[in-house]
Design a binder for this molecule. Sequence first.
Ligand code: P6P
Length: 338
Amino acid sequence: HAADAHRTDLMTITRHVLNEQTKHPESRGDFTILLSHIVLGCKFVCSAVNKAGLAKLIGLAGETNVQGEEQKKLDVLSNEVFINALVSSGRTCILVSEEDEEATFVEPSKRGKYCVVFDPLDGSSNIDCGVSIGTIFGIYLIKDGDEPKLEDVLQPGKNMLAAGYCMYGSSCTFVLSTGGGVNGFTLDPSLGEFILTHPDIKIPKKGKIYSVNEGNAKNWDGPTAKYVEKCKFPTDGSASKSLRYIGSMVADVHRTLLYGGVFLYPADKKSPNGKLRVLYEVFPMSFLMEQAGGQAFTGKQRALDLVPEKIHDRSPIFLGSYDDVEEIKALYAAEEQK
Ligand code: P6P
């Protein structure tokens, strides 16, 4: 039966996580239950995003649909779905969302031991033109078992138990790491199940692609400008790299993970901490890159060592193929020596 195992022995994401769980005999399955609620949220958003164009879900809040109902923007709707799914899982105690200014402290009767940080629909400005967008999330364990505090979600990214994203594109792809490597699952709409399609993803050690918004070039600092120059005009006789920039982090990072290369959102004179958010963009993607054999750097330190001060802090980020990020680190180190 080995030949057609993939057809008759479906490795769903739930079964995959249960397999992981058996490696932790002390586990009571709380994480599996939490993840199943995150997956439910992603299935809902996938369906809503795919229907958006038809159901006029896109565009600004305030528009009314054919039933005369006030339309919620897709990212507002997605946020509510994830908050409800996470609270109803009974396994969370603090939630941080890109959409909410303040953290959500789950009521005691529904509290669990996990803290979830997430961007329910990252890149949502791209919805109207059909570009792939996604949900990004990271999971921490509460620091000590009693009253949840804000400090429980101001932990360095290296303390995350798990991180992942779901990309809503030509197919719905869920990429997850629980600390033992990275696995990719694709939604089979006929089953409503995520099936393992990309087992044990490893990012190429070196890539041929760089991914950055060149429109910010006039504001870049020296090392970033030097690195991008090297990509375009290599001095060691190697071929120039290709520029690929979608402007949706989940899509740019997913391509980087599978094809190799480096994704950069540097600091610049306008935004000294860059644009991307530490907790629910930089940390989850950096966690995945390290688990896939790549690395992630802020311009000053390993991204996962950063300790956020506020829940919506930003940080510059350079992530992707190990050797490519090493080159960027060397340029920043040389700048430090000056
Ligand atoms: P820029 C989308 O708005 C987002 O938050 C990320 O998904 C994406 O990588 C970045 O911003 C794009 O920013 O300044 O290049 O348009």
